[in-house]
Design a protein around this ligand. Structure first.
Ligand SMILES: Nc1ncnc2c1ncn2[C@@H]1O[C@H](COP(=O)(O)OP(=O)(O)OP(=O)(O)O)[C@@H](O)[C@H]1O
Ligand SMILES: Nc1ncnc2c1ncn2[C@@H]1O[C@H](COP(=O)(O)OP(=O)(O)OP(=O)(O)O)[C@@H](O)[C@H]1O
Ligand SMILES: [Mg+2]
Ligand SMILES: [Mg+2]
Lengths: 256, 256
């Protein structure tokens, strides 16, 4: 049965989408069957995988609200072993629509339970908020991966995120764990990155992956070509880091 | 009477808070009386102005839900002529609470209308979403400033943001204008920045400020000292850019 992992952090621009797309690609490259659920109304993960806006049919909105099964919404990507359920603009009204919906926190969890999840991993790319969409992702997940940009403002919101995860674990999903914290956009030329990394390792210890994702311009260029950076430029430091992250994730999964 | 400007973009991490805090400081430095409303539950603007989390009393939540007047919520900062209405954690439940509230889109506008806004400018720092908090800001504003990171994903969401602003203008606030688009974190070493900047100028023409904010590590270090970068390091490229932006904003204001 598929392991479901949410990629979440309410701080904006910390590398949630970049981590989802590139970690998924690295897992697919070693033969894992992977599905990405694009739960962000911006739809960046769908774009980063080369799926044009006008090619997006049923998506995550329909899975949550119209009981469309995941297997009927998932589309292939150019990456072998990698599928995606795309996001569309109607998802931006979902936060409001969910407030008065039945079982509002469990809709995604129920949708995944009723689908034949013929995957090894399902990665959910979350929007930059702790609203009902992210809540649905956390309730539907086995674990949460937290990308953390090595910047001061990003550090600020971490304790609020952790408290929210604990609350979801107590109230809705006792099986939810923190898979790990991945440091992103690390810039070795600037002390701030070192300072933040040291703070986070002090606070989270083992939960912080050894792999640190460096700031690397190829990573930010890849989406404009509709490709994960592993396909756009396999040898660049960004790709190599995501390949290492994937092997570290798989090692942790074995130990479970 | 105060000019109210929202600083908004649903894309995360594009420099909304950094622009709000530093533009406000530059305007205050030339003698304008400025108020910042921190409408982001993360509360980064309040932190960037040195207001510790445990020093935050009534804030924007109370202005929206408990009819607290702005003048009773505004606190002084270490910057002369600059005040802030802080954000607190209860704001993170506001999106959900607003859905079934009376006059849900007009609450902030009404609160500002009933307050003695003894300021030249009110800048509203918005969260990374187009939900009811950002909607309240747009309905309450005379104009919107859009920070845009010179990255591909940031470009993607622009048309959705513009359509939302037009919808708010038609349905709730006919006086709403786009004040301008400010290019942020421009990195002259990488072509992506040039490409995005050219695209945006092609699309928005005059609306794009001449001033471009460069990527500058001092800008991201300043918040860890609880200071705007203009106070932390006046002479760095980041500070100089925000000073130029302030004079460009004032020039546009004169021409209105
Ligand atoms: N390692 C990296 N090196 C350079 N640029 C990066 C790196 N990781 C991400 N970026 C760029 O930084 C920006 C923010 O990353 P991304 O969009 O993945 O963050 P996010 O957390 O998903 O944002 P949002 O909160 O809006 O969903 C993007 O333009 C992306 O291309
Ligand atoms: N010109 C700049 N040079 C270097 N770093 C910058 C610059 N502008 C902003 N930053 C840093 O980039 C990060 C994102 O900026 P900021 O938090 O202001 O964006 P935001 O749009 O307010 O994010 P959110 O969507 O989470 O509210 C912060 O860590 C900030 O310190
Ligand atoms: Mg994203
Ligand atoms: Mg912000």
């Amino acid at each position: 049965r598929a392991r479901v992992i949410s990629v979440a952090n309410q701080k904006g621009g910390v590398g949630k989408t970049t981590t989802t797309v590139n970690l998924a690609t690295a897992l697919a490259a070693v033969g894992k069957r992977v599905l990405i659920m694009d739960l962000d109304p911006q739809g960046n993960a769908s774009t980063g995988l080369g799926i044009e806006r006008n090619n997006r049919g049923v998506g995550t909105y329909d899975v949550i609200f119209a009981e469309v099964k995941v297997e009927d919404a998932a589309v292939e990507t150019t990456v072998p072993n990698l599928w995606v359920v795309t996001s569309s603009q109607d998802l931006s009204g979902a936060e409001i629509e969910l407030v008065n919906a039945e079982q509002r926190e469990y809709r995604l969890r129920m949708a995944l339970a009723h689908s034949a999840l013929n995957y090894d991993y399902v990665l959910i790319d979350c929007p930059p908020a702790l609203g009902l969409l992210t809540l649905n992702a956390l309730v539907a997940s086995d674990a949460v991966m937290v990308p953390l940009q090595c910047e001061f403002y990003a550090l600020e919101g971490l304790s609020h995120l952790i408290r929210t995860i604990e609350r979801v674990k107590r109230a809705f999903n006792p099986g939810l764990d923190i898979h790990g914290v991945v440091l992103t956009m690390f810039d070795k030329r600037n002390n701030l990155s070192d300072m933040v990394a040291a703070d986070v390792r002090g606070f989270f210890g083992e939960k912080v992956y050894d792999t640190v994702i460096p700031r690397n311009v190829k990573v930010s260029e890849a989406p404009s070509h509709g490709k994960p950076v592993l396909i756009y430029d396999m040898r660049c430091p960004g790709s190599q880091a995501y390949i290492h992250l994937a092997s570290e994730v798989l090692k942790r999964e074995k130990k479970r």
